[in-house]
Write a protein that binds this ligand. Structure first.
Ligand code: TXA
Ligand code: MG
Length: 337
C-alpha cells in the first residue's frame, strides 16, 4: 500500500470542517468516540469503505457499524421497531449499537454490511464525533481504528502508531472515556421486525452479540426483560462470524497473555486490578470497573512494549467486567498462524 501523509487535526471548528471535507471527498478520518477511536468513511461510497478494509487489513467478511448524528438519520437506513425506539430513547447517544433489518434501497455501500440483510448502527456520544457527523451530514462507517486483530485505540497516539501513512487524518480529541467498544444488540429477531425469527438464536428476545460499554444489566432493566447472550457458532466457523470480536484471537497484544493471575511469576509484567501486589500497571487500584474499562486498552498498549509475558489479575464478571473479560479472553487466546 502506498504511504500517504496523515494529517493531525484538532477538534475545533476548522478541524471538524476539514475532517468533514475529507469524508465528503471519500477519504478516511480517525475520530474519537466515547468508546474507542473509529476509522470513518462515507458509508455510501464503495471506494471509501473498501479503503477502510485495506487500511486495517481487515477480513472482508466483517461488517462495519454505521455512525449517524441522530435518530431521524438512523431511520433512513434501518427498519425501526418499538424496542429500538425504547433503547434509542434511553441510551443514544451512547455506547450501544443496534442491529436491525437494513432499509431497502437506502444507498449504503454493500461492503458496509458484507451483504447481510441487517445493519449495525449507533449514535456516538462524544461531542466532537457528533459535531463531525452533523457537519458531514451522512452515514459514517467506522470500525475501531486499529490494524485488524490488534488492540483497539483509545488515544490518537495509538491510532497513529497503527495506521499512520495509511489514512488521511486523525481528529485528535484526547483519550476515550469509556475505553471498550459499544455493546452490540441484535434486534432482527424481535417481534414485529422484518427478519422475523430467522435471526440469530431464533428467539423473540434481543440478542447480545458483543458485551461492551453499556452493561447487559442496564439494558435488561430498561426493557424489563432478559436478553439472550449469543454464543458463537463454532461448527460453521468463519461463515457465521458476525463480529470480529467473536474471532477467538482478537485484541491481541504481541506478548503472550495469562489471565486470572493470582500472582506475578518471574519475568512477567503484571496488569493488576484492585489491591494487587507487584502490579506493573493497575487497571483500577480501587477496584472500580468503569475506571478499569477506561484504562484497559491503553494499559494493554503500554504494557506490551517487550516480549515479556503479560499476567492479568482476576476481574469480577459483572457490569462492565463482562466486556473487560470478553476482551481479555480474546487477547489471551491462541493466535492464528
Ligand atoms: O464502540 C464501537 O462500537 C467502535 C466505535 C468506533 O464506534 N466500533 C467498533 O467497530 O468496535 P468494529 O468494526 O471494531 O466492531 C464492529 C462489530 C464487528 O464485530 C462486526 O462484526 C459487528 O460489529 N457487526 C457489524 N455489522 C453487523 C451486523 N449486521 N450484524 C452483526 N454484527 C455486526
Ligand atoms: Mg474492532
Amino acid at each position: 500500500m502506498k504511504s500517504i501523509t496523515t494529517r493531525h487535526l484538532t477538534p475545533n471548528s476548522g478541524g471538524i470542517a476539514a475532517a468533514a471535507n475529507i469524508l465528503s471527498a471519500g477519504g478516511l478520518v480517525a475520530f474519537a468516540t466515547e468508546t474507542v477511536y473509529g476509522l470513518g468513511a462515507d458509508a455510501r461510497n464503495d471506494r471509501a469503505v473498501a479503503a477502510i478494509f485495506a487500511a486495517k487489513s481487515r477480513p472482508s467478511f466483517n461488517p462495519l457499524i454505521v455512525h449517524v448524528a441522530d435518530v431521524k438519520t438512523a431511520r433512513i437506513y434501518v427498519q425501526w421497531c418499538d424496542i429500538a425506539a425504547r433503547l434509542a430513547d434511553a441510551f443514544w447517544p451512547g455506547p450501544l449499537t443496534l442491529v436491525l433489518p437494513i432499509a431497502a434501497d437506502c444507498g449504503l455501500s454493500p461492503l458496509v454490511t458484507a451483504q447481510l440483510p441487517s445493519l449495525a448502527i449507533r449514535i456516538p456520544a462524544r461531542p466532537s464525533a457528533r459535531k463531525l457527523l452533523a457537519q458531514f451530514g451522512g452515514p459514517v462507517a467506522a470500525p475501531s481504528a486499529n490494524p485488524s486483530g490488534k488492540i483497539s485505540p483509545t488515544t490518537a497516539a495509538h491510532v497513529a502508531a497503527g495506521l499512520s501513512g495509511r489514512i488521511d487524518a486523525i481528529l485528535d480529541d484526547g483519550a476515550c472515556d469509556v475505553g471498550v467498544e459499544s455493546t452490540i444488540l441484535d434486534l432482527t429477531g424481535v417481534d414485529g421486525n422484518g427478519l422475523g425469527k430467522t435471526g440469530r438464536g431464533k428467539t423473540d428476545a434481543p440478542v447480545l452479540l458483543r458485551p461492551g460499554g453499556l452493561p447487559q444489566e442496564t439494558i435488561e432493566a430498561c426493557l424489563g426483560m432478559a436478553i439472550t447472550v449469543h454464543t458463537p457458532d463454532t461448527e460453521n466457523g468463519a461463515a457465521h462470524i458476525t463480529a470480529p470480536g467473536q474471532l477467538a484471537s482478537h485484541y491481541a497484544p504481541n506478548a503472550p497473555v495469562r489471565l486470572n493471575a493470582a500472582e506475578k511469576r518471574p519475568g512477567e509484567m503484571l496488569l493488576g486490578f484492585g489491591e494487587t501486589l507487584d502490579a506493573d500497571l493497575n487497571l483500577s487500584p480501587s477496584g472500580d470497573l468503569i475506571e478499569a474499562a477506561a484504562n484497559l486498552f491503553r494499559y494493554l498498549h503500554d504494557i506490551d512494549t517487550s516480549t515479556a509475558p503479560i499476567a492479568i489479575s482476576p476481574i469480577p464478571n459483572t457490569g462492565l467486567g463482562r466486556a473487560i473479560n470478553d476482551r481479555l479472553k480474546r487477547a489471551a487466546a491462541p493466535r492464528p498462524t
